[in-house]
Design a protein around this ligand. Structure first.
Ligand code: ZN
Length: 76
């Protein structure tokens, strides 16, 4: 878990991303994965992580197939 004292930290670089209260107004990647029966991990294992935008870019650079990009038509 990369959240401590109300602050969200990047799991990859350890950098402070933002205050938890600001998470809706900050750009970062929040992942929560429940590894279920069909995974090699222990059944019911939940992994959660937060990745800052810089690390996200680096992560994507290592992809063989880049993520699909689509322009947002409206901001909600
Ligand atoms: Zn980072």
């Amino acid at each position: 878990m990369s959240r401590k004292n109300g602050i969200i930290y990047c799991n990859r670089c350890g950098k402070e991303i933002c205050m938890e209260d600001w998470k809706d107004r900050t750009s970062f990647l929040a992942i929560r994965k429940e590894w279920g029966y069909f995974s090699d991990k222990k059944d019911g294992m939940i992994h959660s992580m937060d990745i800052c935008e810089t690390c996200y870019e680096k992560m994507v650079e290592s992809f063989v197939i880049p993520p699909e990009e689509k322009k947002m038509t409206e901001f909600v």
